[in-house]
Design a protein around this ligand. Structure first.
Ligand SMILES: Cc1ncc(COP(=O)(O)O)c(C=O)c1O
Length: 497
């Protein structure tokens, strides 16, 4: 009976949201636990050899460019999402569901530029508006353009927790602005994030990245003092969050804010129970901390009202990125209650203490217009739901393949955000209390990371671009035919395990 009621509550079919049915979070964690306990099973060595040899042939023109790029660009590539194994591919055309590389190969695009293109790549209705704008205003003036108002108004009217919106240059900048506002508004310093989560690369938030419990492990070049007030709680573990909040209260320091991705860290890679966000909201209210939703990935992908609309939980501040500029440059923004957002007042209002934010290119006409028309089209086309249906088809198909081939892998999705945990899974617990086990765990993480790279290279060879071999964003352009073609490619890889 209880399960039935939960199912009804969590099912939002035909609602305009990407998620047709919320996943069974506990079951996913149990499956992943079983996967982690298995010995590592990579692609058969002889098959991987064939893939790697074929790679050199198929992507010969890319290799020539990347060999040159290595001389001028550190690591030979500018973007962290780019596939680096065995070397990055050079793409020169993006259209709808497909990416075309320099050698003319066509790929199904599940990277989606890291998430922003819910409509599919280079959506014509948005592109036409942008071409018009570039020929009239040019990309930037530094002065007000009406599109700034249009996008702010749209966001305030659609996102429940947003009365006011300030556009910024990136999700990283917006996260920085959010914690600055929270600290000024509460007079407290501590920020709690969820272990494994990514909130951009600012000094104070490069903390416990990817693997919970790793603290400042990745914080090279960042003074310890910069993360003195950054703390982590464990994903989907409400008690660990409460312990942090309670400790901060007992020490008299309090907590300025809790920052979370509402679908779970790393775009829902570490999924959360349906009630988790409501519980976090309650704890924040009890302990006087602000709640920041980092909706860089989820806003306008899960639904036009964001993940907060889906869960029915209102944060104090919302961080935007990616879809907010529709795949065009300078994608970032912060929204929240009028009271909090006025700390960001620029130009017209002064006289109140305010936090410093800025950016020469922030809210330039190009980003504002691209974001505005993208959001209008997403709503008009019901794109979140359509992209979610494609994600459902992909995930169900992967689950069937996993069963059919007797593999221990785990596939799950939150609408158009699809996850595929294979032998390259990063779900390894770091146990800080059993410090002597850490080197062995880190060694295994390194090995599994390489397995993930191999999986990504194999998918690429089968014509599928994924995010780091383990995540796939779907878009409105992913028809049933596109998804079925992708599933055939995944099956060819699974047969080689
Ligand atoms: C949840 C989340 N927050 C923040 C960021 C940082 O955004 P940006 O890359 O625009 O700086 C990202 C980027 O992937 C993200 O996924």
């Amino acid at each position: 009976m209880f399960c039935y009621i939960r199912f009804i509550m969590n099912s939002t079919s035909n609602s305009g949201f990407a998620i047709s049915e919320y996943h069974n979070t506990r079951e996913i964690y149990a499956q992943i636990q079983a996967l982690v306990e298995q010995e590592i099973r990579p692609i058969r060595r002889e098959e991987m050899e064939i893939y790697l040899k074929g790679f050199e042939k198929k992507y010969a023109s890319s290799k020539a460019v990347i060999d040159q790029a290595k001389k001028y660009i550190p690591g030979g590539v500018q973007h962290n999402l780019a596939f680096n194994y065995p070397y990055p591919i050079v793409f020169d055309r993006a259209e709808g569901a497909y990416l075309y590389d320099k050698d003319g190969n066509r790929h199904i695009d599940f990277l989606q530029a890291g998430g922003p293109t819910v409509l599919g790549s280079n959506y014509p209705a948005v592109k036409e508006k942008i071409l018009e704008l570039i020929s009239s205003t040019g990309p930037s003036t530094g002065l007000f353009h009406e599109y700034e108002l249009k996008i702010a108004q749209f966001i305030c009217e659609h996102i429940p927790g947003v009365d006011m919106f300030r556009m910024l240059g990136s999700g990283t900048e917006a996260c920085m602005a959010a914690i600055r506002v929270a600290r000024l508004a509460t007079g407290k310093k501590n920020i709690i994030k969820m272990g494994g989560g990514y909130h951009g690369w600012s000094d104070s938030l490069v903390y416990a990245l990817r693997v919970p419990g790793t603290g400042g492990f990745d914080a090279h070049g960042i003074p310890r003092a910069s993360r003195k007030y950054t703390q982590e709680a464990f994903p989907n573990d409400i008690r660990s969050l409460e312990r942090r909040l309670r400790r901060n209260r007992l020490t008299g320091q309090g907590t300025a804010a809790v920052i979370v991705e509402p679908m779970g860290t790393e775009s829902g890679t570490r999924p959360v129970d349906f009630d988790h966000n409501r519980q976090i909201r309650e704890l924040c209210d009890t302990y006087g901390a602000l709640l920041i939703f980092d909706e860089v990935v989820t806003a306008f992908r899960i639904g036009i009202s964001g993940a907060q609309g889906y869960f029915g939980v209102k944060p104090d501040l919302t961080v935007f990125g990616k879809v907010v500029a529709g795949g065009y440059p300078a994608a970032g923004g912060l929204g929240g209650t009028t009271e909090l957002m006025e700390y960001l007042a620029a130009g017209l209002q002064t006289g109140k203490k305010r936090v410093m934010v800025g950016g020469t290119m922030a809210a330039n006409p190009l980003s504002s217009a691209a974001g505005y028309y993208t959001l209008v089209e997403i709503e008009k086309q019901n794109a979140c739901e359509k992209a979610g249906k494609a994600g459902d088809r992909l995930t169900r198909g992967l689950q069937e393949l996993i069963r059919a081939h007797g593999l221990p892998y785990v596939a799950y999705n939150q609408g158009s955000i699809c996850h595929l945990e294979t032998t390259g899974t990063m779900f390894l617990p770091i146990n800080m209390k059993k410090f002597w086990t850490i080197p062995a765990t880190l060694k295994e993480i390194k090995l599994r990371k390489h397995m993930m790279e191999e999986m990504g290279a194999a998918y690429m060879m089968e014509g599928i671009v994924t995010l780091a071999g383990s995540r796939m964003y779907t878009s409105m352009a992913d028809t049933d035919e596109v998804i079925d073609e992708a599933l055939a490619g995944f099956e060819r890889v699974f047969k080689k395990m």
